[in-house]
Ligand binder design. Sequence first.
Ligand code: SF4
Ligand code: SF4
Length: 275
Amino acid sequence: MSLIARIKRFLGLEAEAKREEPEKEKSEPVGASKEEVEKVAEENAKPRIGYIHLSGCTGDAMSLTENYDILAELLTNMVDIVYGQTLVDLWEMPEMDLALVEGSVCLQDEHSLHELKELREKAKLVCAFGSCAATGCFTRYSRGGQQAQPSHESFVPIADLIDVDLAIPGCPPSPEIIAKAVVALINNDMEYLQPMLDLAGYTEACGCDLQTKVVNQGLCTGCGTCAMACQTRALDMTNGRPELNSDRCIKCGICYVQCPRSWWPEEQIKKELGL
Ligand code: SF4
Ligand code: SF4
């Protein structure tokens, strides 16, 4: 049995994961259904939001606070920040409508594992906030042996342990996308949120996804968006197609997420074209 499977059993999450399986077999979208998200928006005009910091660098929270133009309005009139070790002086986790989780989870850190379990129980929606939480990002390269916790060697995206409803990858995500996602949640704008709901299942990110999921599928238009989006310059455009230098890739997934051929509203397009 894998370490993740053992930890899930230890936390009592295994049974829950099994209960979810039949729904996935019916090929329903990963995470919260449209109805569940609508219910949250309906019942909570002013959503209660928590920020949970696991193995992350706080860059995602910094990006959130860079929404200077709308931050005061957002925090005063649109949401209640009810939990967050760097934001709120409260040690006991309350019930929340949305938990923004930053950082991957260390399988050798019992405190993080219990916090993750508790937030899944207390939050109606869980958002993998930033690439470490969503895809593991550069913590995918962790292998322990460093002081002060040499035994801390296994770091995984949070969706490996709990059900995640939506993901906002980015290292960090832009201030705009964070603000727009929160506002879309408040406004119940499912059209805007749908890609983020779908991304909750995108945990094994790599620059090579462009090759396998876009170029190999005959979808690449050579627009270069992926290369521009990569913050480590791991991508070059060669002969009109992205070429990966895997030594530079930190597995954030942003190149694939930003690629305009990775997701588009197929149903909406068909509807508008009368197909
Ligand atoms: S190629 Fe760049 S953007 Fe893509 S996953 Fe690697 S580091 Fe992230
Ligand atoms: S962003 Fe997508 S479509 Fe554009 S060059 Fe990169 S892989 Fe091709």
